[in-house]
Design a protein around this ligand. Structure first.
Ligand code: CUA
Length: 344
C-alpha cells in the first residue's frame, strides 16, 4: 500500500540552489526562521514560567506591579533593530532582483492558457522549455495572451506575475548546470496545474550546440520584418524618408516628443502600446487615426517580433546612451517639427 506513496520521495522540500542569488535569498529566509524560532521559544518560556511563578497561592495577597522604563525601552529597541536588519537585508535583495544587469541576454516568454511560449532573439522557439547558458545574466520579458499567470523557477528563487496588457520581467544568472522546474504559480483556469516546464542550464559549448540550429523563420527581427511588410506597416513607416507615420530607424530607447508636450522613451512598453493602440500616444507633428488598431489582430508573439525588428533598426553607434543621463539626439517629434518648419 505504502509503495504508491513513493512519489513523496521525489518531492523536494527545499528547491535546488542554482544561482548565487538563490543562496542569498535562502540565507535571509533562514535568518527569518531563526529569529522567529528564538522569539517563539522566549515567549513560550516566559508564558509558562510566569504562569507558575505568579500562580494563585493560598493566603498570599497579590502585590501590585509597577512599570519599568528600562524594561519597556529594552524590549522595544532590540526588536526594532532586528526588524531594521530584516528590512535592510530584504530591500537589498529586492533591488538586486529587480535590476537586471545591462549585459543581460533577453529572452521572451508569452503565457497562454495553458503553456509558456519562449522566443529567442536568434529565432529559436520552444514551448514549456527554456535553455540558458551558465554564468550569463538572462532577462525574461514576459507577456500574457489571456489571463494573469505567474512565471516561477524555484531553483533560482525567481517568480513574477505575468499580467495581460503589458510587459513584466525578471532576471537570473544560473551558476549550476542542470534541469530545473518551471511553474505557473497563479491559478489561471482548468489546466493551471499542467502549465509547467523545464529550464536547462547548459555549459558554454553545449549551449552553443543547442543554439546553433537557429529559427527556421530567421531571427526574431527577420520574423518581425516579414510581419511589418505583411501588415502594411511599411507603406506608412518608410525606412529612409518621412512617410505618413514616424520613421522607426534609430527610434528604440530614444526620447519621443508627443503632441501633448510630454516626452517618453521608446522602450518595449511604448512600442507595444503604439502597435496595439496607436492613438494612445501621438508623436508630435502627426495625426491621430492614421494607423489602425492592431489590438486583437496581432498576438503577443507577433508584437515581440515587431519590436525586435524595430530594435534592429536602431543605429548601433548611438545605442548605449541610456545610463549617461543625457538624450543622445533631439526627440523624434521635435526633429520632425524642426524639419517641417525648415521647409516652409
Ligand atoms: Cu498559468 Cu496558472
Amino acid at each position: 500500500m505504502w509503495a504508491s506513496y513513493g512519489f513523496l520521495a521525489d518531492i523536494p522540500f527545499i528547491a535546488p540552489i542554482a544561482s548565487k542569488e538563490a543562496g542569498d535569498i535562502d540565507l535571509l529566509w533562514w535568518f527569518l526562521c531563526a529569529v522567529s524560532l528564538v522569539m517563539t521559544v522566549l515567549i513560550f518560556i516566559g508564558v509558562i514560567g510566569f504562569a507558575f511563578r505568579y500562580r494563585k497561592k493560598e493566603g498570599v495577597a497579590p502585590v501590585p506591579v509597577h512599570g519599568s522604563n528600562v524594561l519597556e525601552i529594552t524590549w522595544s529597541i532590540i526588536p526594532f533593530l532586528v526588524m531594521l536588519v530584516m528590512f535592510w537585508w530584504g530591500t537589498d535583495l529586492f533591488f538586486a532582483a529587480e535590476t537586471p544587469p545591462k549585459d543581460a541576454m533577453e529572452i521572451f516568454v508569452v503565457g497562454k492558457q495553458w503553456m509558456w511560449k519562449v522566443q529567442y532573439p536568434d529565432g529559436n522557439r520552444e514551448i514549456n522549455a527554456l535553455h540558458v547558458p551558465i554564468g550569463k545574466a538572462v532577462k525574461l520579458t514576459m507577456a500574457s495572451e489571456d489571463v494573469i499567470h505567474s512565471f516561477s523557477m524555484p531553483a533560482f528563487r525567481v517568480r513574477h506575475d505575468v499580467v495581460p496588457g503589458h510587459y513584466d520581467s525578471l532576471w537570473f544568472r544560473a551558476t549550476q548546470t542542470g534541469h530545473y522546474r518551471i511553474y505557473c504559480t497563479e491559478y489561471c483556469g482548468a489546466r493551471h496545474s499542467q502549465m509547467v516546464g523545464w529550464v536547462d542550464v547548459l555549459d558554454e559549448t553545449e549551449y552553443g550546440k543547442w543554439a546553433s540550429g537557429g529559427g527556421s523563420g530567421g531571427t526574431l527581427a527577420e520574423q518581425g520584418q516579414q510581419l511589418f511588410t505583411q501588415n502594411g506597416c511599411s507603406t506608412c513607416h518608410l525606412l529612409n524618408e518621412q512617410g505618413r507615420c514616424p520613421i522607426l530607424k534609430g527610434l528604440y530607447n530614444k526620447p519621443v516628443q508627443l503632441n501633448d508636450g510630454r516626452t517618453v522613451i521608446a522602450d518595449d512598453a511604448y512600442l507595444r502600446e503604439s502597435i496595439l493602440q496607436p492613438n494612445a500616444k501621438i508623436v508630435n507633428g502627426f495625426e491621430a487615426n492614421v494607423m489602425p488598431n492592431f489590438q486583437g489582430q496581432l498576438s503577443e508573439e507577433n508584437v515581440i517580433q515587431l519590436i525586435a525588428y524595430i530594435k534592429s533598426l536602431a543605429t548601433p553607434a548611438a545605442a548605449p546612451t541610456q545610463s549617461a543621463g543625457q538624450p543622445a539626439a533631439a526627440p523624434v517629434g521635435a526633429a520632425r517639427k524642426a524639419g517641417a518648419a525648415g521647409k516652409q
